[in-house]
Ligand binder design. Structure first.
Ligand SMILES: [Zn+2]
Length: 589
């Protein structure tokens, strides 16, 4: 019989390890049997067809397809053990650890199993349960603490983080007045509340020295990189559900009607993680296909277009950069006074966690910072690209152009310092130069504070708005924390105290702008470690001697909680704070 022959060929291909060919043969087998779907005999064969094909999808790491085939097999025969086992493995592949654990538990409790089946399922259950427990940042402390004892801070440390389940908190997509679509909260949320956990769709970074590279080479490099990112994007689509697949391309790529308002805001249902949808809810229906925002195809040219249009941008004269693409987070707009913090876990896949950094009322829009916001408004405009930022802070600074120019003039007087400091290693400079840099930065910070007292339009601003402007000159504070400047031999204790008072202003201003600022965290950590090397011992008894350091440490603790989540053990918080002290020079500026 033709069908049996196809199954036999599928099995042969499978044994040879030709997974794609095997999947194709099983596909033909299924199609053939489908003609006779009503018959009991065909149905029991379809179970085998779908289940075998699911196994080939698992080998190909196409977990969505594997899961779908298991579901179909189980619709015909809800007692088919192999399909259940394969479904559990597909769920693991999709990082749905809780669902995988539930499935293994069901198998262990409700099925008669052989000794070897029992053994691997018990093991798999334990792994799924552990991964589920770890699946939110903050619950992996044990792991972190151990790793952090020896690891350097930064990417290496985050690499120990587990893969995360997608999570969508109290969020909806809505229209904004000027920026097309945006994300809004659906209920009141508090500081530090988890909003979103999102896994990356694709990423790639490359730099191109256009000044030194001949144009042909540059274009070739660019072409290669686009090729790479398109391949990765296509590959990663396999990990996402059908609905997310549809929606993310719509989200990222259009087709855009000229008038943004004509563009439909897709319902949140499309973005929900698969495990929160009702059974079968992740399949694309005809209705979905008719939805005005879901009309894209996913061929190569289309993905290429998405990537080129959305993520390729000029960044200064010398580099072109393609960065990371996420689904729902790509709808969150920018503000220079954000209310959302972002932490990226470099866990082999890259996941991003978004938390509220202040109380946000139901219906308010969520904003994150796309780029450095601790710099003057004209620099922010360059970083922001074509569309100007219209946040309250930019609007204020543009209204106060005269005063801001005054500040910029003063900053300009010391500006060479910043350039010198960014481009050169201060360690190599003579002590005289370092001393000069130090003095000028101190003078500048004092002058800024004076301007806020004496220039009437600035003095009339409330404290928050003063901080918005002060935060634009954060870099001069950071110069003073450069290790080379900090360790000048002639600096007296009194001078350090004077410097710290100025720096506390700078840090508090940065925190007014962004309550989870990494730059502020690194500055807090820098001063606190320098002033009180023992302060990182959580049971220290000499806090009074280091009052200022203690204040900064409290700030640092708050920033850590807003970014990394509450409920961290104090040792973990201290480890994070300490790790930032060494990163003063590394943070984007
Ligand atoms: Zn702005």
């Amino acid at each position: 019989m033709a069908a049996e022959k196809l199954k036999g060929e599928g099995n042969t291909m499978f044994t040879k390890g030709c997974w794609a060919e095997a999947a194709a043969k099983y596909g033909e087998y299924i199609t053939l049997l489908f003609r006779d779907e009503e018959s009991k005999e065909a149905q029991s064969k379809l179970v085998i067809g779908y289940s075998n094909r699911a196994e080939t999808w698992l080998k190909l790491k196409k977990y969505v397809q594997a899961h779908d085939d298991c579901e179909r097999a189980l619709e015909y025969d809800p007692t088919h053990l192999k399909s259940w086992g394969r479904k559990a493995r597909a769920l693991e592949g999709l990082f749905l650890h809780l669902d995988a654990a539930r499935t293994y538990r069901k198998l262990l409790q409700g099925f008669t199993l052989s000794a070897s089946e029992k053994s691997w399922m018990k093991e798999a259950l334990m792994i799924s349960e552990t991964k589920d427990r770890q699946s939110r940042w903050g619950i992996i402390e044990q792991d972190m603490d151990e790793k952090w004892e020896k690891a350097d801070p930064g990417p290496e440390l985050l690499a120990s983080a587990p893969n995360l389940e997608e999570y969508v908190g109290p969020i909806r997509i809505g229209r904004t007045q000027k920026m097309g679509r945006g994300l809004f909260v659906t209920r009141n949320v508090g500081e530090g509340d988890l909003l979103l956990v999102s896994n990356i769709w694709t990423s790639n970074r490359f730099t191109m020295e256009s000044e030194t590279m001949p144009l042909d080479n540059a274009l070739y490099t660019l072409q290669q990189s686009v090729e790479e990112i398109v391949n990765e994007a296509k590959e990663n689509l396999q990990d996402l559900t059908h609905l997310q697949r549809l929606i993310q391309l719509d989200t990222l790529g259009g087709p855009y009607p000229d008038d943004l308002l004509l563009r439909d805001a897709p319902p949140m249902r499309y973005f929900k993680p698969v495990n929160s949808l009702e059974r079968g809810g992740w399949r694309v229906t005809d209705e979905d296909r008719k939805h005005p925002a879901l009309t894209n195809t996913f061929d190569r040219p289309f993905i290429t277009k998405v990537i080129l249009e959305k993520q390729l941008y000029h960044h200064g004269p010398k580099l072109l950069e393609i960065s990371e693409l996420y689904v729902l987070p790509s709808l969150m707009n920018h503000s220079c006074v954000p209310n959302v913090s972002t932490i990226t876990l470099n866990n082999g896949k890259r996941s991003r966690i978004f938390r509220a950094t202040r109380s946000i009322r139901a219906g308010e829009e969520l904003f994150r910072a796309y780029h450095n916001i601790l710099c003057p408004v004209d620099e922010r405009r360059i970083l922001h690209g074509k569309q100007n930022c219209e946040c309250q802070r930019c609007t204020l600074e543009l209204k106060l152009l005269r005063e801001v120019s005054l500040l910029n003039y003063v900053a300009g007087e010391c500006g060479d310092l910043a350039i010198e400091n960014e481009n050169e290693n201060m360690w190599n400079c003579s002590t005289d130069v370092k001393q000069n840099v130090r003095t000028r930065s101190m003078t500048l910070l004092t002058a800024i504070n004076d301007l806020f007292v004496h220039v009437s339009n600035l003095a009339n601003l409330d404290d928050v708005k003063q901080d918005w402007i002060r935060a634009s000159l954060t870099r001069f504070g950071r110069i003073l924390l450069d290790p080379a400047i900090r360790m000048l031999p002639e600096v007296t204790f009194e001078q350090i105290q004077e410097r710290d008072k100025l720096l506390v202003h700078v840090i508090l201003a940065a925190l007014t702008v962004d309550r989870a600022s990494e730059v502020a965290l690194s500055m807090c950590s820098g001063i606190a470690t320098e002033e009180a090397p023992n302060i990182f011992n959580p049971v220290t008894d000499s806090m009074e001697e280091h009052l200022e350091a203690q204040v900064l440490l409290d700030c640092a603790r708050r920033i850590v909680e807003l970014s990394y989540g509450s409920g961290l053990k104090s040792q973990t918080i201290f480890n994070i704070v300490k790790s930032y002290a060494g990163r003063l020079k590394d943070l984007p500026f």
